[in-house]
Design a protein around this ligand. Sequence first.
Ligand SMILES: NC(=O)c1ccc[n+]([C@@H]2O[C@H](COP(=O)([O-])OP(=O)(O)OC[C@H]3O[C@@H](n4cnc5c(N)ncnc54)[C@H](OP(=O)(O)O)[C@@H]3O)[C@@H](O)[C@H]2O)c1
Length: 293
Amino acid sequence: MRILLLGKNGQLGWELHRTLQPLGKVFAVDYPEIDLTSPDSINKTVQEYQPELIINAAAYTDVDRAESEPEIARAVNGLAPGMLAEQAKTLGSALIHYSTDYVFDGKKGNPYIETDRPNPINVYGRSKLAGEHAVTKVGDVYLILRTSWVYSLRRNSFVTKVLRWSRQQKTLRIVSDQIGSPTWARMLAEITAQILAKAGGDVVHWIDDHKGIYHLAGNGHVSRLEWTQVILHYDPQKEDQITQETQPALTKVFPTPAQRPLFSALDCEHFKKIFDMRLPDWKKTLQLAMESE
Ligand SMILES: NC(=O)c1ccc[n+]([C@@H]2O[C@H](COP(=O)([O-])OP(=O)(O)OC[C@H]3O[C@@H](n4cnc5c(N)ncnc54)[C@H](OP(=O)(O)O)[C@@H]3O)[C@@H](O)[C@H]2O)c1
């Protein structure tokens, strides 16, 4: 199978580049080799590699910066996925695309299911929702995997920030009213590869049979404060920490350019039912992540 992977240097893309290797010939690209703001660049890249499967792990993910660069966010997250879906359709290929919990407004109060109505409250969320619509409008052979609170230990993420702060600050004040499902990029890449392995030889037909939007995040949910405490607990170099206490804070005390949904945990039961697989508990996964790098 010829796989075109976009976003190979990102948290998820970097992991996918490795986990996809046994499945076929992987052509991995990132900016500036491909520029998702440019339709010519998208079309040229897809035509060059003629993939049977396109996996789009590229995105404009800076939630705060998106507020001042809405056109770029919309081009990368909202328009490019539709162009990729069109290209996949022309080639008779399949598309796997990732979306976000931030398509929701966070007001539901319990985990979101796929049929809940999206209502994004920031530019990033609106751009990602536009991307979902663009893919489903083409309506050909696709999976959209909505994930949340993605982290890796090799790129700047909430986990690496907490580790950095713990070496610099005696007291950490962390928001306790944002609740979500932390997802290790490596596990997300592995489960993506595993569902593809299930497809056997005919990935395009198999994805066609399973096409749709799925929630796929670490099992369970947690506040950012509790997540921080567990990161500090599993830190393999605890002796470097100078943090002595963590204190709860409210989101409104830390104003940011983008508003964030307060409760954006995802219910992943549908994915489990269809694919007979799930991502493990977020805490167990975090422990594995901290032990592995
Ligand atoms: N991070 C999260 O917490 C989170 C939460 C929910 C859903 N998701 C979704 O999960 C997927 C993977 O996220 P991630 O955290 O792995 O993202 P990431 O680490 O930010 O990686 C995204 C990649 O896309 C590239 N990119 C950005 N603009 C581009 C452009 N114009 N043309 C080509 N490539 C471009 C980035 O390059 P540069 O680094 O050079 O910009 C980067 O390599 C995305 O669809 C994201 O929306 C992420």
